[in-house]
Design a protein around this ligand. Structure first.
Ligand SMILES: [Zn+2]
Length: 379
């Protein structure tokens, strides 16, 4: 008789890393939203098996999200010619939101696949792989009913259609919540960086004076601190190695970049409606590395020389900075979704189990909503 039901280790974490807000936020939110994370381990017989299972789902989910966001950014870069500077500004935000939703759904599916081929005694690798793929197929197959005529569907098919869409809507919204509130990421982080707009890596900016002056020395030291923490707002580089050869660790590594750049702001201020109503473009400083600053300067002076009428669009599209291959904290969304929306049951029943899991998560999310509401949509 093994009747150990130890519930230890519940409230004794998250008191010692106060200076790391993101790590803290992840820990606290995970504990609040997913208190029952992997409690049902009956089918995974030895204790470390459960940890391996969770780690495997987390890794494949993260990889699935990473791959999704890589291809999303490639699509934006090559096909849609989009960047963080694309107008109206809601376009890159919507593109980012859609990427997070697809990435979450794919992350969830990869978790279902891992779970279905887990711990199969007496089945070879090919057979396990086939079981994983079959479970993933079973998980989405009901979606096709939306393309079929209502009167050709049986009652069971209609129920399956409703379940599968409800389920994936839940998975996507959980992904969005994870991305925004737990991992505190921006949707525009998933677009290529425009050289003349707020870049994908921008976190904190400092309001710039309206006289187009450069940053003051106190603003520059503030920007230097922001840059060393979050990196260049365009390419994300923290410039760790920039001054190594000179052995001067304290030499500034970042420029205070006007966003929008001065020439862009001046051109915008000349538009008739801005002149008529006296609207001035407001600018902010963001830390930018030397390479990106030079690139921006080159692109703009070439465009000004050519008499470009809309300088704001310079440095976007194919001129923007592609960073799809870089790992971002937001990619962990796929891992969090894969672990939290797939149970520990085995086949047959992984798909039904994951649906129940999402339903149960909804209850937890609603309960946690009050706590989270002040962090939501904080961009
Ligand atoms: Zn840079």
């Amino acid at each position: 008789m093994t009747n150990k039901n130890n519930h230890d280790g519940e409230g004794n974490t998250s008191h010692h890393i106060q200076q790391r807000p993101i790590v803290n936020s992840i820990k606290q939110s995970l504990q609040k939203i997913f208190p029952d994370l992997g409690v049902d381990n009956k089918s995974l017989d030895h204790p470390s098996g459960k940890n391996y299972n969770i780690a495997a789902k987390f890794l494949t989910g993260t990889l699935a999200f990473y791959t999704t966001s890589f291809f999303s950014q490639l699509l934006q870069y090559k096909v849609f010619k989009m960047s963080t500077g694309t107008r109206p500004a809601v376009l890159p935000i919507m593109m980012g939101g859609a990427t997070v939703m697809v990435g979450s759904a794919v992350g969830h599916l990869s978790g279902v696949g891992v779970q279905a081929c887990w711990n199969r005694e007496g089945v070879n690798d090919v057979g396990r792989l086939r079981m994983g793929i079959e479970a993933m197929r079973k998980s989405v197959v009901g979606m096709k009913y939306i393309f079929e005529r209502e009167d050709t569907l049986t009652r069971a098919e209609k129920r399956e259609r409703r379940e599968v869409w409800f389920h994936f809507a839940g998975v996507c919204i959980l992904g969005l919540l994870t991305y925004k509130t737990i991992l505190r990421s921006h949707f525009t982080s998933l677009s290529p960086s425009s050289y003349t707009a707020r870049g994908s890596f921008a976190r904190i900016g400092i309001p710039a004076p309206s006289n187009f002056n450069y940053a003051t020395s106190s603003q520059r030291s503030q920007l230097e601190r922001i840059g060393r923490t979050w990196g260049c707002h365009t390419c994300g580089s923290r410039m760790f190695f920039s001054n190594l050869s000179k052995r001067d660790w304290n030499k500034p590594r970042f420029h205070g970049d006007h966003i929008p750049p001065v020439s862009v702001a001046k051109q915008l201020n000349e538009r008739w409606y801005r002149k008529k109503f006296g609207w001035k473009v407001s600018q902010k400083f963001y830390p930018q590395c030397r390479d990106c600053s030079n690139k921006q300067g080159g692109l703009l002076s070439k465009a000004i020389h050519a008499g470009h009428r809309n300088l704001r669009s310079v440095g976007g599209g194919e001129e923007s900075y592609f960073h799809g291959g870089r790992l971002r904290i937001g990619h962990l969304t796929g891992g969090v979704v894969a672990v939290s929306t797939v149970g520990l049951g085995t086949e047959p029943g992984v798909v039904e189990d994951s649906r129940q899991h999402v339903r149960a998560l909804w209850v937890s999310v609603v309960n946690a909503a009050k706590d989270l509401s002040d962090r939501v949509w904080s961009w």
